[in-house]
Design a protein around this ligand. Structure first.
Ligand SMILES: Nc1ncnc2c1ncn2[C@@H]1O[C@H](COP(=O)(O)OP(=O)(O)O)[C@@H](O)[C@H]1O
Ligand SMILES: [Mg+2]
Length: 380
């Protein structure tokens, strides 16, 4: 399956150097390790290498190993034999076999277990594929591997969480994709590009970005990098009623001013509300629907706050009842509270308590979130 390769936007020094690295990498057939923060464009870079390489007419197969259990990951990568586990009715090839003659993108390779790391290493050394349920290698394939991670692998090696020999196997060519805040010159062009594609997608007239709003874009530190910028622009387009994007249309974190409560914009509400509804309908748990997307910056802090707010409205400010509402187990309570506290998503529960009666003291136990009673801190 070949997915379309977007064009890497940016003409800063750093981007030009990156493009040169990518071109060099495309000319060779060596393994590549691409590192950089989340959302900087590692996958786009990897796809660019494939597209300009001699393998471009071959398949490009991508796998993100984060959160995939070992047994499944092994079968995804190497395939399985009929009867190797319940439900394995026929032999099934893995990604390495499907990518024969092409390129395999291994995303989040830093998340692999040590066991998967050794299986991967064995494959990289021999090119031999041993499907799950087979007692010997069945076939050899020629694929190029491009691995990506936002982890600091050297630190992980020091902590014995990543195999050093695998690191050197993967790291024949090392490409570092720079953070967006280190190449702010590229921001206006990216804004233009994302505006154009959002406008196309939603079929509306392109809004104009005021110089003030553009300064907010270029000044912000973009912890979620290009992905975050893209999301922000899309939201601006969806919610803009006028033909101009002004600072008022931007998420508060872009304004640099400390804020205590985040005003809810319609666009922010819609994503958060949709997620909240999924939770309430029991379709997903907080961990998969909120925590993971937030960590990968597909949800913003404002979204998480909105979701928590909606939940607290239902539970009348009771944090413990959110566990059930958000499909978590009773043992998740501490982790849940720690998460909210760490990312500044706790809300003062008092605001949600109905003044039915005066037994506030007796209720204190039902509201262990009194831990949160300290003033909500702002984060710039
Ligand atoms: N230089 C760039 N030009 C255009 N779009 C980009 C650029 N860098 C990243 N993107 C877009 O930003 C999003 C995140 O990029 P991705 O490659 O998935 O990041 P990473 O793998 O590093 O987390 C994608 O939608 C991608 O198309
Ligand atoms: Mg990625």
């Amino acid at each position: 399956m070949v997915l379309p390769t977007g064009r890497l936007i940016g003409s800063s020094e750093l981007m030009r150097a990156l493009e040169e690295d990518l071109r060099d990498a495309a000319r060779s057939d060596a393994k590549v390790l691409i590192t950089g923060e989340s959302g900087v464009g590692k996958e786009l870079a990897a796809r660019t290498i494939h597209a300009f390489s001699a393998r471009s007419s071959g398949p490009l197969v991508a796998l993100n190993s984060a959160g995939v259990p070992d047994t499944l990951l092994e079968s995804e990568l190497f395939g399985h034999m009929r009867g190797s586990f319940t439900g394995a009715y026929r032999d099934r090839p893995g990604l390495f076999e499907l990518a024969r003659g092409g390129t395999v993108l291994l995303d989040e390779v830093g998340e692999m277990s040590l066991r998967m790391q050794s299986l991967l290493l064995r494959f990289l050394e021999t090119g031999e594929i041993q499907p799950v349920g087979s007692d010997r290698p069945r076939t050899r394939v020629d694929v190029r591997v491009i691995a990506m991670t936002n982890r600091r692998l050297l630190e992980q090696i020091a902590n014995k969480a990543f195999r050093e020999d695998l690191y050197y196997r993967l790291n024949v060519i090392h490409i570092i994709v720079p953070a967006l805040r280190d190449r702010r010159e590229d921001i206006p062009a990216l804004v233009e590009q994302f505006l154009r594609s959002a406008v196309q997608q939603y079929g509306i007239n392109p809004p104009e970005v005021t110089p003030e709003a553009m300064s907010c874009f270029t000044d912000y530190h973009w912890p979620g990098n290009v992905r975050e910028l893209k999301n922000v622009i899309e939201r601006c387009v969806v919610r803009s009623r006028s033909q101009r994007i002004t600072p008022e249309d931007l998420p508060t974190e872009l304004l640099g001013a400390p804020v205590v409560t985040t005003p809810q914009t319609p666009a922010v509400q819609s994503i958060a509300d949709a997620t909240f509804n999924k939770l309430v309908r029991g379709e997903e748990s907080f961990w998969t629907a909120v925590y993971s997307p937030f960590m990968s910056r597909d949800l913003t802090r404002a979204d998480v706050r909105r979701i928590v707010t909606l939940g607290l409205e239902r539970t009348k400010g009771n944090y413990r009842l959110l566990l059930n509402l958000f499909n978590m187990g009773p043992t998740d309570y501490k982790r849940f509270l720690n998460f909210l506290r760490k990312y500044d998503c706790q809300l003062p529960f008092q605001a949600f308590r109905v003044v039915r009666n005066e037994k506030a003291e007796g209720e204190a136990e039902d509201h262990p979130a009194a831990d949160f009673a300290s003033p909500v801190r702002s984060s710039g």
